[in-house]
Design a protein around this ligand. Structure first.
Ligand code: ZN
Ligand code: ZN
Length: 200
């Protein structure tokens, strides 16, 4: 939620909430409006939709020579969490942009970044929301039943870190994590109950 005093975000949100099917030129316009309001300078560069980002809401690349930014916005994320969240993730990337422009090229998400985001952009959007939809693969420990979720289908055998830690770092077969079948997956018929030569 926007802070009570940030009427700018509120009015921009109402303006864009009526816009259907945001195009990249719309994203650029929104980004420029935000930067103009908080920094009183235009944003130079591009803003693009991305279908490749998974866990992050957006990211930015900065060209030192031209001073241009390239912001990529996770389309699925923006569609899922809505336009108010879109404004927040743009503020986040613009805080990076602001620091890059000051020559602070390796600021990460440390104190300088947090302060910039809060003081200049009036935002608390330090981390993206967790989008459960992208954690499609679930693994369960055979022993303690703890659950690990992954965005990727892990082909190699993985073991439970918690159980290994309790066992002085030693790995046992009993700590293996098995992939839980996803809903809607094709059911693989169990071999149990069928003898050789049985015809299904
Ligand atoms: Zn960031
Ligand atoms: Zn375990």
């Amino acid at each position: 939620m926007w802070r009570q005093n940030d009427l700018f975000t509120e009015s921009l949100y109402y303006q864009i909430s009526a816009m259907e099917n945001l195009q990249e030129k719309d994203l650029l316009w929104i980004t420029d409006r935000i930067y103009m309001y908080y920094v009183q300078e235009p944003y130079t560069g591009e803003v693009k939709w991305s279908n490749r980002l998974k866990t992050s809401g957006a990211n930015i690349r900065y060209d030192i020579k031209t001073g241009h930014g390239l912001i990529q916005v996770n389309r699925q994320y923006a569609e899922k969490f809505g336009k108010l969240e879109l404004l927040e993730i743009l503020k986040h990337e613009l805080a990076h942009y602001y620091l890059y422009k000051q020559g602070k090229l390796k600021h990460g998400h440390g104190e300088v970044f947090k302060k910039t985001l809060r003081k200049i952009f009036h935002s608390e959007c330090i981390w993206a929301k967790r989008n459960e939809d992208v954690y499609r693969y679930t693994y369960v420990c055979r022993k303690c039943k703890s659950v690990y979720k992954s965005t990727k289908n892990i082909k190699r055998v993985i073991y439970c870190g918690r159980c290994a830690k309790e066992n002085k770092g030693q790995i046992k077969e009993a700590f293996r994590m098995d992939q839980k079948k996803r809903e809607g997956d094709k059911k693989i018929p169990s071999e149990k109950g069928y003898k050789k030569g049985d015809v299904k």
